[in-house]
Every structure is written in structure tokens, then in C-alpha cells.
Design a protein around this ligand. Structure first.
Ligand code: 5AD
Ligand code: SF4
Length: 477
């Protein structure tokens, strides 16, 4: 492991080897006692960034002598990687944590940890201290390199520990990773967020924006491609501002990073998320247009189509500006746009919501991920008056979903008769179908005479569609 940016933590990194040796001594003793390796179960809540983090937790646990299991009943170590973006996500994680008590009663040696965004909030730590006494440790998002130390502390010193520091700005390289797929990979290119949208908890729990060095990212991608990976997603809360803070020979913007990766040898699709409209530049549009390896899909969170609401959200763009960016992106052939929308931001009126509907109609998104506003304690929006009844918000949400259903049906219908290139992501299912995605991230279900196509690109002639996908037959020249 190595560390960039904040050197205060160098000692932490050096000490991890020492802690790892002590943990491994304990897990090998457990192996002897059990007649097999102890097992670890990592459960992920929330976004793709959390999925990527969980792959690191799993990778580190494996190096410490654990074996992966999907079954909590079989596990000797259970880690919940939590989300805080909406209250619902937190309540789900807490309710599942409650269910762990009976496992702990059955197996007192079981270790339970809560990781991630939810536990990077002071108030939640207090909750856990008092209401969930069987949780052995909590660790925030910036602790991924410290699993050896955490487990050592809990196993050797038999202490409940709270490892949280949302303001740590270091970038640690070389944390072991256990990837969940051999053909698709998530690659974090930056951490944290500096945007402070008024509804959002992320900048508080994931800390300030910092970028990985370009050479570290390129090496990781090269290794993935050499290992047969065909679908690579670059991750960050706001990838468009990648590179802020990188200096000298490390200087690199997001379009430059995309272009460097797209120029690497190998047949793969390069994806990325999430983008902030305020930083989506003409140069970015050019790079996508000129590089066919870059996906023909752009996830561009809108949040609201009304200028007053956008201002109250601190989004730093207007509906018109958003539309202009969307039009530029849509001028790239085959490009599909998806978005996130928050319904019922405090004091959003019916007219303001209508403006969102109008914009959704104009842009014609391939998918809209819509969320009813959830107040997050500590964010500016949580202090705003919110007189709109919840039922009215759910009504708005249904209206949005109805409109989107019509849009997507039209988009899916337009594929019929076309032949699309698809990365086959599954083996044949019980209905004889394979599943994959186009460069535009459209889900495709298809039949194929050749059954040996998992992880390969195939051409599929589209013959049918539904609301959720398009369907057809693989064609081989
Ligand atoms: N309430 C509802 N939705 C939210 N999101 C972020 N914060 C909140 C909140 N407090 C949504 C935004 C973001 C997506 C990941 O989650 O739409 O783009
Ligand atoms: Fe949250 Fe806004 Fe940052 Fe996205 S850009 S993570 S919505 S603060």
C-alpha cells in the first residue's frame, strides 16, 4: 500500500503489516479449530462507490485469512457497508443490523462491523453505541486501508472501536481488491465531493474532493484489460472535476483521463459516473464523440427542471443551461441520457414540478431515477420549511414515472430492426436467454446459437421491446 496527498497517515499504513500478521495468526488458529477458513460476509447498501469499497473490504479480509460467503448464518465476520443518502437507506441498514443480534447470540465469536457513509455521522455513532451493543466496530469510508488494524484491535484488545474521520483527505493506493466480476470492473478515480448541494449528505460523510494520480488509474485499467475485463466504469461523486488539486506531471483533466484510457489497446467499453452538469465541458463532449470505446450513455443528474428550485439546491446551473448540455450530448450518434430527479424538495410548488416534467419531456431520457426528498440532518435544506404533504409528493412522483414510462417505450421501440453490439454479461438462463448491455447501457435479452459467449461482444438483431429492455437474436457472420 502507498499513500498520496496527506502524509499524516503514513504511520498508519506502515503499521498495517504488523497488525495483519497478528490477525492472520488468529484466523489460522480459527481455521485449525473449525477445519476450514473463517468466513466473511460483506453486505453492500447504496451506490456503486460503496460496491467498489466493498470489493476492497473483501480483498483485505481475504488477505487476512478469511474466505468469502454470501450467507450471514455461516459467517465469522459480517460487515455492512452502509449508505446515508436517504433516510430509507439508513433505516434499512439499521433494521438489518437489528436482525444480527440473534446470530451473535448463536455464535458469540461472530464479529459484526458497520462501515461507510452512515457511520461517518456523529449522531449515528451515538445510536450504535447505545442501541446496538453487539456491533463490534464501526469504520467510516476513509478507513479502507485500516481493516488489519481494526480487526486486530477488536480481536486482540477485545474493545469496541469507532474508526471515523470524514475529513481525512488521503488517497491510499494498493488496498487489496476482490472483484465481484471478471468482465466488468469499477475503478474509483476520485473520492469525496466539494459541491455541497443543499440536500446532500455526501460532502459531509465522504469529505473533500481528491483525485487519484493518473498513472495509478492507468496501471489499474491496463491490468484489468490484460485480465480480460471488457466493461470499465470510472467512479467519482463528480467525475467531471477529476484532477482538481493534481499538480506537475500528475496534472490531468477528466477529458484527458478518458482519452488516455480510450487510447489503450484492447476491446472494452469505458463508462463513468457521476457527472455534474456545471462541469460538463465542450471538450468532454468532443472526447466522447471522437472515441468509440467511450460509452454512448451519459448519466447527467438534473434534480429539478425549475430555476428557483435549482438555486435553492445550490446546483449552479439553470434549466436552459442543462438543456443546452443535454442537446450537445444528444448530437452524438446513439447517445442515451439518464438522470436523477428529486421530487418534493422543500417548498417545491406544483408549477415548479411542472417545469421538471417539461424538461423531462424535452430531453427524452432513457431512464429517470427519481427520489422523494429526504431531509438529511446537518444539511442546509433540512432546515427549510417543507409544507408540502407527503401524499402530494408521491402523486408528483407517479406523474413523473408515468411520463418516463411513455418515453422509454418509444426509445425501446426505436431499436426494433436495428443490430446492436452487446457485451454478454450472463450465462444462458432457464428461459434460454442471455443478457447484456449496449454501449448506451441499454439492457438487452437475447437468444444465441453459440452458447459460449459469456464476456464476449456479440451483435444482436432487435426484434422486440418492453418497458425494461429490448430483445432479439445474436447474429453471427
Ligand atoms: N433526498 C432524496 N434524494 C437525494 N439524493 C441525494 N440526496 C438526496 C436526498 N436528501 C439523490 C440525488 C442524487 C442521487 C444519488 O440521490 O438525486 O443524484
Ligand atoms: Fe451530493 Fe451534489 Fe456532491 Fe452529487 S454533486 S454527491 S448530489 S453534493
Amino acid at each position: 500500500m502507498s499513500i498520496n496527498a496527506n502524509n499524516e497517515n503514513t504511520a498508519d499504513i506502515k503499521n498495517q503489516d504488523k497488525y495483519a500478521d497478528r490477525v492472520r495468526a488468529i484466523t489460522s488458529q480459527m481455521s485449525l479449530n473449525k477445519g476450514g477458513k473463517p468466513k466473511v460476509c460483506v453486505v453492500t447498501f447504496g451506490c456503486q462507490q460503496n460496491e467498489a469499497d466493498s470489493e476492497k473490504i473483501m480483498g483485505s479480509a481475504k488477505e487476512l485469512g478469511y474466505e468469502k460467503t454470501a450467507l450471514q448464518d455461516d459467517a465469522d465476520l459480517i460487515i455492512f457497508n452502509t449508505c446515508a443518502v436517504r433516510e430509507h437507506a439508513e433505516l434499512k441498514a439499521l433494521s438489518k443490523t437489528g436482525q444480527l443480534k440473534h446470530l451473535k447470540d448463536k455464535n458469540p465469536d461472530l464479529l459484526v462491523g458497520l462501515w461507510g457513509c452512515m457511520v461517518n455521522q456523529e449522531s449515528r455513532i451515538e445510536d450504535i453505541k447505545h442501541k446496538y451493543p453487539y456491533v463490534d466496530f464501526v469504520a467510516g469510508t476513509n478507513m479502507l486501508h485500516r481493516l488489519p488494524e481494526i480487526l486486530c484491535d477488536v480481536m486482540v484488545n477485545k474493545r469496541r472501536r469507532y474508526y471515523v474521520d470524514s475529513q481525512d483527505v488521503s488517497v491510499v493506493e494498493g488496498v487489496p481488491t476482490q472483484r465481484s466480476s471478471s468482465i466488468k470492473a469499477l475503478v474509483s478515480i476520485m473520492y469525496g465531493c466539494d459541491n455541497f448541494c443543499t440536500y446532500c449528505i455526501v460532502p459531509y460523510v465522504r469529505g473533500r474532493e481528491r483525485s487519484r494520480k493518473p498513472d495509478d488509474i492507468i496501471s489499474e485499467v491496463k491490468e484489468l484489460v490484460a485480465g480480460g475485463c471488457k466493461d470499465i466504469t470510472l467512479l467519482g461523486q463528480n467525475v467531471n472535476s477529476y484532477g482538481k488539486g493534481l499538480n506537475g506531471e500528475d496534472k490531468c483533466t477528466f477529458p484527458e483521463m478518458l482519452e488516455r484510457i480510450a487510447n489503450l489497446d484492447g476491446d472494452f467499453v469505458l463508462r463513468f459516473m457521476t457527472s455534474h452538469p456545471k462541469d460538463a465541458s465542450d471538450e468532454l463532449v468532443r472526447v466522447i464523440r471522437d472515441n468509440p470505446k467511450i460509452e454512448r450513455h451519459f448519466h447527467l443528474p438534473l434534480q429539478s427542471g425549475d430555476d428557483r428550485v435549482l438555486k435553492a439546491m445550490n446546483r449552479k446551473y439553470t434549466a436552459q443551461k442543462y438543456l443546452e448540455i443535454a442537446e450537445k450530448l444528444k448530437s452524438i450518434p446513439d447517445m442515451l441520457l439518464t438522470t436523477d430527479i428529486i421530487v418534493g424538495f422543500p417548498s417545491e410548488t406544483d408549477e415548479e414540478f411542472e417545469n421538471t416534467l417539461k424538461l423531462v419531456e424535452k430531453v427524452n431520457f432513457d431512464a429517470v431515477f427519481s427520489f422523494i426528498y429526504s431531509p438529511r440532518p446537518g444539511t442546509p435544506a433540512a432546515k427549510l420549511e417543507d409544507p408540502t404533504p407527503y401524499e402530494q409528493k408521491t402523486k408528483r412522483m407517479s406523474e413523473l414515472l408515468g411520463l418516463q414510462r411513455e418515453n422509454v417505450l418509444k426509445i425501446n421501440q426505436s431499436f426494433v430492426g436495428k443490430t446492436v453490439r452487446v457485451l454478454c454479461e450472463t450465462k444462458q438462463n432457464e428461459k434460454g436467454l442471455f443478457t447484456g448491455r449496449t454501449s448506451s447501457f441499454k439492457l438487452v435479452k437475447f437468444e444465441s446459437e453459440d452458447k459460449n459467449i459469456y464476456g464476449k461482444f456479440v451483435n444482436v438483431k432487435i426484434t422486440g421491446f418492453s418497458e425494461s429492455c429490448i430483445s432479439g437474436n445474436a447474429v453471427f457472420e
